[in-house]
Structure formats: C-alpha cells, structure tokens
Design a protein around this ligand. Structure first.
Ligand code: SF4
Length: 318
C-alpha cells in the first residue's frame, strides 16, 4: 500500500482502510514521512496559528457526546455581550496569531446583523488579521450576508460522513442539512473549515476512510480532527465506558492518538493542499511535534480559556 502512495496512485476507500489498520512502527514511520514530504513539497510547513474566541456556550442542540448540549443542566452557561467581546479584542496581542476564529456555534441568540457589527468592530483592533467565523447551520441567505461583509472564511464541522452514525449521535439534527450547509458555504466562495470526530462508539474504519474521501470531495480548505473524549455529563460516555475504550470492529481496541496521526497523514496525502490543524487534545510538545511531522500544519490557540477569561466577570464553564 505504501508503494501505491509512492507511485502517486489515487487511494481508494479500501486502500485507506488498509492504511488505517497499520500498527507496525516502521510502517507508521514510513507513512508519516510520506505525509511530511507532501507538506514540505507544497510549502505548507510554516506553522500557522489560529486563535479562537468562543462567544457563547449555549446551544440549541442535544448531541449525545457534547457537554454543551442543551439538556446538560450542570453546565454553567455564558454568553458574552458585545461590550465584553469588544473589550476582549482590545486586550489581544496580534503578534500571537495569524487568524482569529470567532465561534458562536448553534446559539441563535446572536442575529446575523449583530455578528456582522461585531466583526466590523473587530477590524478596528486587528486590521491585518484574517477573520474566520463559526456560526453553525444557518440559512444560505445569512451566509451570503456574511460573505458580502468581506468574511472569507467559515468553519462548520460536519463530524462524520456516515449518515447512520450522524443520526445516532445527533438526535435533533439532520445529516442532510449539515452537508447542505457545507455545500452552501463552498458555493458562496468561502474558504471552508470542517472536520471529523474520531473515536466515537459505533465508528468503523470504513466510516473513517469515507470521512477522508468526503473532505476531499467537499474540497475543504481547513481540516480539524477532533478526538472524542467521554464527558461524564453526556449520554455517550456510558456507552464508551461499557465498550471498554476506543474500539473499532476491524482492529479491536486502538490508540486514539495514533489513529488521529494516521488520519492526518492519509488526509495530507489525499488532500495535499488543505490546512490541517494540530489536535488540541495533543497536550504536550512531543505529541504536538509528532502531529506536525505527520501532516498537520496549523496550531490552535484557545483565547477563550487563557487571556480573555481574565477580562470577564464569570464567563462560566466551557
Ligand atoms: S456539538 Fe455543537 S451543536 Fe452539538 S451540542 Fe455541542 S455545541 Fe451544540
């Protein structure tokens, strides 16, 4: 299989499944080396830094894996006011990042005009920066209004390419709406960020292989792979612990960090030009460097938790 990559042959779903099954250290090193060469060949190896600011932790949805789900009454909610956001932006050190991602998610409290006003204010403080927004599933008209204000970058994670898995994880959301929204963003000419969650119960290697191919089909510009981490206040955590950890039928129990590295390396080979984020669950420098050496090229800096929290009275739990 590694020879097939060397010969520049296009990878099929079955090829990708075979690569995801690799556990031998030498083969993994070879795979990561190949991915790293692609990153370097395309001059994509200068690490970019994206800062994220989360406006709100309110959500209208009930995804089974997420602690922000609306049924989680234990979570202390916050929603930053326009004044708090503006104040926070004034405290930012622009030398720390290249792009600012403003995350609103599935909180309908912020109307599109309010979001645009906030972005326009933000330009005053961060003139030379790229702005990206994540506003969840919205009507195409709202995305268009956003585009017309000069925003070129929108993030909407599609989570999985597997419609059945999607339905099982998102009881009040529709897979078709999610994909339609991603297509709307592409059609409107945004640079689109999207991604996949890895390690959820019920996920198969076939499903992960399809995820890689779908990221290519959707022509996603900015990819993030999120590690599923069981949160005690979510229904999916019980299922995860009952299963005994990260498990996929074809390979049994697996190392989640290694799986994320494999997904990253294969994605880099299949989708050469995309930016790929370093996983935020890679908590130390060695893991970070490993991820960067197997195809990732963008670091995330979470400002909501670090500098900005100091500037608000009590933004609550994230
Ligand atoms: S994953 Fe997103 S949409 Fe789902 S509950 Fe969490 S914040 Fe809401």
């Amino acid at each position: 299989m590694l020879n097939k990559i060397n010969n520049n042959n296009e990878l099929t779903k079955q090829d990708i499944v075979s690569l995801l099954k690799i556990t031998s250290k030498s083969e993994l090193e070879e795979l990561y080396k190949m991915a790293n060469l692609v990153t370097k060949k395309l001059g994509n190896c200068n690490v970019k830094k994206v800062a994220t600011l989360m406006f709100s932790n309110n959500c209208t949805a009930n995804c089974l894996y997420c602690s922000l789900r609306k049924s989680n009454e234990k979570l202390k909610r916050y929603r930053l006011t326009s004044e708090q956001i503006i104040k926070a932006l004034g405290h930012l050190d622009p030398s720390q990042f290249d792009c600012l991602l403003l995350e609103i998610g599935e909180d309908r409290h912020y109307k599109i005009q309010e979001i645009i006003d906030l972005i326009n204010h933000s330009y005053k403080y961060l003139k030379d920066k790229t702005f990206a927004v994540s506003i969840g599933e919205r009507p195409e008209l709202e995305y268009k209004i956003l585009k017309d204000t000069g925003i070129n970058f929108c993030h909407l994670r599609h989570k999985t390419s597997d419609p059945i898995l999607y339905r099982n994880l998102h009881p009040d959301m529709k897979y078709s709406n999610r994909i339609k929204s991603v297509w709307s963003l592409k059609r409107l000419g945004f640079n689109v960020g999207s991604g996949v969650m890895i390690g959820v119960p019920g996920q198969t290697l076939e499903s992960l292989a399809n995820d890689i191919l779908m990221l290519k089909t959707l022509d996603i510009d900015f990819i993030d792979f999120v590690q599923y981490s069981p949160h005690p206040d979510t229904p999916l955590a019980k299922k995860f612990y009952r299963a005994g950890g990260y498990f996929a039928p074809a390979i049994g129990y697996f190392d989640i960090k290694e799986m994320i590295c494999k997904m990253t390396a294969i994605t880099r080979i299949v989708n050469e030009k995309a930016d790929i984020l370093v996983n935020t669950d890679f908590t130390n420098r060695i893991q970070d460097e490993l991820h960067l050496s197997c195809g990732a090229n963008v670091r995330i800096l979470n400002l909501t938790n670090v500098q900005l929290r100091k500037n608000f009275e009590d933004p609550g739990e994230k």
